[in-house]
Write a protein that binds this ligand. Structure first.
Ligand SMILES: [Zn+2]
Ligand SMILES: [Zn+2]
Length: 389
């Protein structure tokens, strides 16, 4: 089964849906028009829906036959607060909002799969089509889980997919274990004593202390982390001062930490707190740290990843399934669903990323040519996992 004929026939429709969504991007938890479009289409396919989980979430549930087995497929719906620089006809109609991560494509592909499966899907059991809000930082996946996603829609496994620029079109990447990083955020306020820029001995300069902290924090990744357990510590903001001849009384640092293991994640927070405290004490200033734990490490379970691999290979062939691509240090809130249920998240090659077409780039666009591949993967997975006994 390469790309399924019936899905190939839906390419034009999926492209229209995708471009309509691209032109009307909505931010996390505000995907009202998007949710209306999704709900209306699912109902037109004859799929019963549930709305309102995590505000704008939509879940379509389709049961066939008598098996009690169930799986869930998840797409995200939100856009980014970004000014689009494309000029094609379907460019964003909203200033400062853009589908720069391809969630328009994810939504269109899952709708395409739902349409095919409702029409012609050969399976015995239940499929939940999850359309999730607020992946981009809002943690819509976490909210859905908290509001009872898997209690209301029980399933044996949950599956996700993200388009991946830089990975060839026609290729699917699967990886067991950690695939995307945890994303934590910190801010540090250093309070010293302000004074005259010419008389530092009568002040206590928080800028010098902050600069030292930036340097010492790099030792978390370079000296404390196991070199084969990736860790990123990035101080991305440093704000202090207002004049050339004034030592300010306060400096603020903030940034993000990324890890691929829970142990690494704990270590980073512990070391950061110790370094900030120690450097501040050494200089007699006060330092307050706020450390926020964001998305957890995305960990694919081994069994479900093997199932995802088989389903992908049926569509693109064994040679076009990339097994165990190196993980990336970006994050993804599908990780919350994987904390509750076994499952697997795959990368769908979006084609060459030259010309500034990486995710979150103002010139990005989802590749409509890969939609039939992604939608066929969903169908393949459903027919494989819920095969009639
Ligand atoms: Zn994104
Ligand atoms: Zn994304």
């Amino acid at each position: 089964m390469p790309v399924i004929d019936g899905v190939k026939k839906l390419k034009k429709e999926m492209t229209e849906w995708r471009r309509d969504l691209h032109a009307h991007p909505e931010l996390g938890f505000k995907e009202e028009r998007t949710a209306d479009v999704v709900a209306e289409k699912l109902e037109s396919f004859g799929i019963p829906i549930n709305r309102g989980l995590a505000k704008t979430g939509v879940i379509g549930t389709l049961t066939r036959g008598s098996s009690k087995r169930a799986i869930a497929l998840r797409a995200d719906m939100d856009a980014l607060p970004l000014q689009e620089k494309n000029s094609f006809a379907h460019k964003s109609k909203h200033d400062g909002r853009m589908h720069a991560c391809g969630h328009d494509g994810h939504t269109a592909m899952l709708l395409g799969a739902a349409k095919y499966i409702a029409d012609a899907g050969d399976f015995d059991g239940t499929v939940h089509f999850i359309f999730q809000p607020a992946e981009e930082g809002g943690g819509g996946g976490k909210v859905m889980v908290r509001e009872g996603l898997f209690k209301k829609f029980p399933c044996e496994g949950v599956y996700g997919m993200h388009n991946w620029p830089g990975m060839e079109a026609g290729v699917i990447g699967v990886r067991a274990g950690p695939m995307l990083a945890s994303a934590d955020f910190f801010s540090i306020t250093i309070t010293g004593v302000g004074g005259h820029g010419a008389m530092p001995h009568r002040a206590n300069d928080p800028v010098v202390v902050g600069a030292e902290m930036v340097s010492v924090l790099q030792t978390i990744a370079s000296r404390s982390a196991d070199p084969v357990d990736a860790v990123v510590v990035s101080v991305t903001q440093f704000h202090a001062g207002s004049a050339g001849n004034v030592i300010p009384d306060e400096a603020k640092l903030s940034g993000t930490c990324r890890t691929l293991s829970d142990a690494g994640r704990d270590m980073v927070e512990e070391r950061m707190r110790a370094i900030v405290k120690g450097v501040a004490e050494a200089h007699g200033v006060r330092a307050d740290i706020r450390y926020h734990r964001g998305y957890p490490v995305l960990i694919n379970s081994a069994d479900e990843t093997e199932r995802a691999r088989r389903a992908a290979a049926k569509v693109v062939g064994d040679d076009n399934v990339v097994i165990d691509p190196p993980p990336e240090m970006g994050a993804e809130d599908f990780a919350y669903m994987l904390q509750e249920k076994p499952g697997s998240y795959v990368w769908l090659g979006n084609g060459g990323a030259a010309g500034g077409c990486m995710l979150h780039n103002p010139n990005y666009d989802f590749n409509d040519d890969v939609a039939p591949i992604g939608a066929s993967y969903w169908v393949s997975l459903v027919e494989q996992e819920l095969a009639a006994q």
